[in-house]
Design a protein around this ligand. Structure first.
Ligand SMILES: Cc1ncc(COP(=O)(O)O)c(C=O)c1O
Length: 363
């Protein structure tokens, strides 16, 4: 008997792309309202669209693997040298890289629960174990309890602020605590996929809080959310030192960030007015949606991101299935109790109105 591939190792890992995401002719179905993926409901900046159009003409050439033009723009904004920035095919690739470089077989990662699910999967693929520490009542990471879970096998300490799916933001004190107390041989990773929304709401400056840390750290950011470039796939890691950046970079696949995404990201970063319009729109709609959901009897977690998590008095699975029958997609989660909760992305005012009217009928 020859050796067979031990696929059963993956039996309890979810398949990423259920049929619900399938698109005919690569176009999102215009009859479906997608409030389930924390996408930006607005298109990217017109400047970004124009830059991506131009880039299409030179796709016979591989892109700049070092992403130097974008690295320079970001470096000038955040005051961190370009050799500490690493770019990925979405920030998801950088989360994968972090587990691959930090976690060895039988080491462990301390994660909040619930949080962005692929992080735990990455740790397991690296051969490590996941220790999950429940989030606080307000949905933010419980740093004190996470620190209590650290032991000599802890190789990765993952914070997510605002946390997905709960939306809770860490305050400066909590981040400082992690900076001081996470052991200096453990990678402190802060996932700021929703950074621009959090900063708009006056959230703490995570990078300056991390600066004094003696041990390794990395911050993960993306163009998928506030910049509206989910479909282009580009994100990045900001690392505490150059050696760590080299480690992240070695895990990248060659030319992982495509030319179109790079052009779009550069132009999007230069169009600050458009970004501010997006942030203001999402913030206003989030406040309105939150009030309306509470009026419908749902309990809504505080959120500094482009989504809300709401608890219901009946099965969230059943509610999301009924909404899906009306062509509205939201994410049902099996947390914090048997009814679960609904994670609802902030859509346009028009989409949110349709969702609210369907939800009222559903409830
Ligand atoms: C917390 C968090 N991190 C990372 C990601 C990955 O985003 P992307 O790979 O599109 O950059 C997401 C996407 O939803 C997220 O919610």
């Amino acid at each position: 008997m020859g050796r067979s591939i031990p696929l059963q190792r993956f039996d309890d890992m979810p398949v990423m792309a259920p049929h619900i995401f399938q698109e005919h002719d690569n176009q999102p179905n215009p009859n479906i309202i997608r409030l389930n993926l924390n996408e930006n409901p607005l298109p990217p900046s017109p400047d970004a669209i124009a830059a991506m159009h131009d880039a299409v003409n030179i796709t016979n050439r591989y892109p700049d693997h070092s992403c130097s033009a974008l690295a320079q723009i970001i470096s000038a904004r955040i005051g961190i040298s370009t050799d500490r920035l690493v770019f990925g095919n979405g920030s998801g690739e950088m989360l994968f890289a972090a587990a691959a470089i930090a976690v060895d077989r039988n080491e462990q990662a301390v994660l909040p629960g619930p949080t962005f699910a692929p992080v735990g999967k990455n740790v397991r693929l690296a051969g490590g174990k996941v220790v999950t520490v429940p989030v606080l009542e307000n949905g933010s990471n419980n740093v004190d309890a996470m620190l209590d879970a650290v032991n000599e096998h802890t190789a990765l300490f993952y914070l997510c602020t605002p946390n997905s799916p709960t939306g809770g933001l860490l305050d400066a004190e909590q981040i400082k605590l992690a900076v001081d107390k996470v052991p200096s041989d453990c990678l402190l990773m802060v996932d700021e996929a929703y950074h621009e929304f959090a900063a708009w709401e006056g959230g703490p400056d995570v990078l300056s809080l991390l600066a004094p840390r003696s041990g390794p750290w990395a911050v993960i950011r993306t163009f998928s959310k506030a910049y509206g470039l989910s479909g282009a796939r580009i994100g990045y890691a900001i690392t505490g030192n150059r050696d760590l950046a080299v480690g992240f970079s070695k895990v990248r696949i060659g030319f992982n960030v495509n030319r179109i995404a790079l052009a779009g990201a550069c132009a999007a970063m230069r169009d600050q007015n458009y970004l501010e319009m997006v942030l203001d729109t999402v913030s206003c709609e989030r406040q309105r949606l939150s009030l309306e959901l509470e009026n419908c009897g749902l309990r809504v977690y505080p959120s500094a991101a482009n989504f809300l998590l709401a608890r219901t008095d009946s099965s969230s699975d059943a509610i999301s299935a009924k909404l899906a029958e009306r062509h509205i997609l939201v994410q049902a989660l099996p947390w914090p109790d048997e009814n679960g909760s609904l994670r609802i992305t902030i859509g346009t005012a028009f989409e949110n109105d349709i969702f609210l009217s369907a939800l009222t009928k559903t409830l």
